[in-house]
Design a protein around this ligand. Structure first.
Ligand SMILES: Cc1cc2nc3c(=O)[nH]c(=O)nc-3n(C[C@H](O)[C@H](O)[C@H](O)COP(=O)(O)O)c2cc1C
Length: 253
């Protein structure tokens, strides 16, 4: 009987703790939420290297990401060698310069290129959307660094044989790494532009031994942020359709 009473009391105290925790959530964010809400892309880094064990912890956060069928369709490549980081950057700058020259139709004497440029932009709309294309111009002109001077870069390659959607799985693994890094006081920036060095040339795929079944996924700059870029900013709230109790409401917060 005493055993039963003890079990009931234990159950009750668990319930009380949960009620208390829920009450606290009404006014406080959890540590995980704080990292999610305060994380910003960092585009200015200190030269100071990230200790190796911290990079490994970041990679571990990636490895522990969920993936369809637990297929873990990724390969992470860590770059800490300035010669390679600068070399890939130069390749991307060169390609951005070519793109920029090819798609420039606003300068005097280049208007004849307009239909060709428009057609090219339509075909490659993911790469040449006006927002990223603005950055292509900046990278070509040296106004935007590729990995923003980060001393560590993580390349994420997808295993194309992965179940369902390897690219999505790589994104989830990458964001796990991003959040783990920020929780340690590090900064990160996703850098999709590095794709150009693997999409339009074979040089870096060869140099880094990237071959089937691996294909470009994305990349992350990782380093000690200069200044304090993390912090909450306004974010659009996209309306959420919410079905409950046989009805639908639109949720805006
Ligand atoms: C898949 C992906 C690719 C990105 N590529 C780049 C990039 O090449 N260069 C860059 O400076 N930022 C890049 N970003 C960062 C976005 O510009 C940034 O996340 C967005 O502006 C929101 O800002 P925040 O991350 O500070 O909240 C990328 C982000 C994602 C998710």
């Amino acid at each position: 009987m005493a055993k039963k009473a003890k079990a009931v009391a234990k159950q009750q105290s668990k319930k009380d703790a949960r009620t208390e925790a829920i009450e606290r959530l009404k006014t406080e964010y959890t540590e995980t939420e704080k990292v999610i809400l305060r994380r910003r892309s960092v585009r200015l880094y200190k030269k100071e290297p990230v200790p190796e064990f911290m990079v490994k912890r970041v990679l571990q956060a990636g490895r522990f990401a969920p993936s369809a069928g637990n297929s873990q369709p990724w390969k992470f490549v860590v770059l800490r060698d300035p010669e390679i980081i600068n070399g890939i950057t130069e390749t991307v700058v060169g390609i951005c310069k070519k793109f920029n020259a090819m798609l420039e139709y606003r300068k005097p004497g280049t208007s004849w290129r307009r239909p060709l440029s428009k057609a090219f932009i339509r075909v490659r709309h993911n790469d040449l959307h006006p927002v990223p294309f603005g950055a292509v111009r900046m990278i070509a002109e040296g106004a935007l660094g590729l990995w923003h001077g980060a001393s560590t870069v993580i390349l994420i390659f997808k295993d194309v044989r992965g179940v369902s959607s390897p690219e999505l799985d790589c994104g989830i693994a990458g964001q796990n790494m991003v959040l783990a890094a920020h929780s340690m006081g590090l900064g990160t920036c996703w850098v999709g532009f590095a794709k150009m060095a693997f999409q339009y040339t074979n040089e870096w795929k060869k140099r880094l031994n990237i071959e089937y079944p691996y294909a470009w996924g994305n990349s992350l700059a990782l380093g000690w942020p200069r200044g304090e870029p993390d912090g909450m900013v306004e974010r659009a709230t996209h309306p959420v359709d919410w079905y409950e109790n046989g009805g639908k409401k639109i949720v805006l917060d």
